[in-house]
Design a binder for this molecule. Structure first.
Ligand code: NDP
Ligand code: MG
Length: 332
């Protein structure tokens, strides 16, 4: 079934008139949501921050009213943009009892709600507006009078008008200038986690490291191994993003295309795909989330151990030397 797409002309901003939106967490996403919404001018925007919050100070510097989270949570829309693993405690301690009946609780990722880490009160709307990219890009596109596309979803419609509100919010951060794609908390959460695990942050880095090790163990210089296995991935992912696999094949040499076709299927075998299915199953049944939350509650021992192991890997030293030759990389 094709996805439903909304654009600027589908958005009715009058539903935001006279309303106050609280952005809880002025971080990567939060600062961009707040600035874009304020510039769009359809509603009042305040920031919710904890005591002595560095990002709360930044929000004040940017001219926002900054309130304790429980006070901000009395707004008409409460957008929870703190880290996913921090959201359940923030909701339980500062938001749940403060929200007005009929108000809306918003997210930029379905994680906490989909896995039941937050069980929203029955008398509020629960909506999602998830930009397809980091906050920096969301703000930069908006300032350039364009927009970043966003996913929209409604998990709970207590007011009967949650979708219109979610659309107006997504439009207010600029997404209507690009596209607002309708999905569900379940689909957004499960596909997002699977994509980052199988490809973006799991499969791809692991492939890079294994190939780097293969070259270095065979006696090639680590700098060369770094360049061909890691540095050059950007050329390819740019081609993939612009025009898909077909466009990549047009842009690369026949040698690269022939070799890539032959070897890709030797590396990613039916066994790999079977493992991917198990990974997806663990995302869907909540086993991954259980592991992640248990680690976070224990102070992230597994995450820290992996960080330490990765920092010691020779690919990091080789990378530092190669990147030192390319000072323009620092500017990005
Ligand atoms: P960040 O890590 O940037 O959030 C940091 C902000 O959360 C800071 O303002 C911080 O305040 C605040 N915060 C942290 N803990 C608490 C707490 N206990 N109480 C109050 N405030 C707290 O988060 P992101 O912007 O990366 O992610 C926010 C949401 O957006 C997540 O659901 C994420 O999945 C989603 N998302 C993120 C994207 C991204 O590219 N990063 C893309 C799309 C969606 P302080 O200064 O006090 O520490
Ligand atoms: Mg993600």
């Amino acid at each position: 079934m094709p996805i439903t797409i909304y654009r600027e002309y589908d958005v009715d901003y009058s539903v935001l008139a006279g309303k106050r939106v609280a952005i809880v967490g002025y971080g990567n996403q939060g600062h961009a949501h707040a600035l874009n919404l304020r510039d769009s001018g359809h509603c009042e925007v305040v920031i919710g921050a904890r005591d002595n919050s560095p990002s709360g100070d930044a929000a004040r510097q940017a001219g926002f009213t900054v309130l304790p989270v429980a006070e901000a949570a009395t707004s008409d829309i409460v957008m929870l943009l703190a880290p996913d693993e921090a959201q359940p405690a923030i909701y339980a301690d500062h938001i749940r009892d403060a929200m007005k009946p009929g108000a809306a609780l918003g997210f930029a990722h379905g994680f906490a709600v989909h896995y039941g880490l937050i069980e929203p009160r029955a008398d509020i709307d629960v909506i999602m507006a998830a930009p397809l990219g980091p906050g920096k890009g969301l703000r930069a596109e908006y300032v350039a009078r364009r927009g970043l596309p966003a996913l929209l979803a409604v998990a709970q419609d207590a007011s009967g008008s949650a979708k219109g509100l979610a659309l107006a919010y997504a439009g207010g951060i600029g997404a209507g200038r690009a596209a607002i794609l309708e999905t569900t908390f379940k689909d957004e959460t499960e596909t997002d986690l699977f994509g980052e695990q199988a490809v973006l942050c799991g499969g791809m880095p692991a492939l890079i490291v294994a190939a780097f090790e293969t070259l270095v163990e065979a006696g090639y210089p680590p700098e060369l191994a770094y360049i061909v296995c890691l540095h050059e991935t950007k050329l390819i992912t740019d081609l993939l993003q612009k025009g898909g696999i077909a466009a990549m094949n047009l842009a690369i040499s026949n040698t690269a295309e022939f070799g890539g076709n032959a070897v890709g299927k030797r590396l990613v075998t039916p066994d790999t795909k079977a493992e991917m299915a198990r990974v997806l199953a663990e995302v869907r049944d909540g086993r991954f989330t259980e592991d992640f939350i248990a680690d976070a509650r224990a102070g992230n021992p597994a995450l820290q151990a992996d960080r330490a192991r990765q920092a010691d890997h020779p690919i990091e030293a080789a990378g530092a030397r190669v990147r030192g030759l390319m000072p323009w990389l620092k500017e990005e």
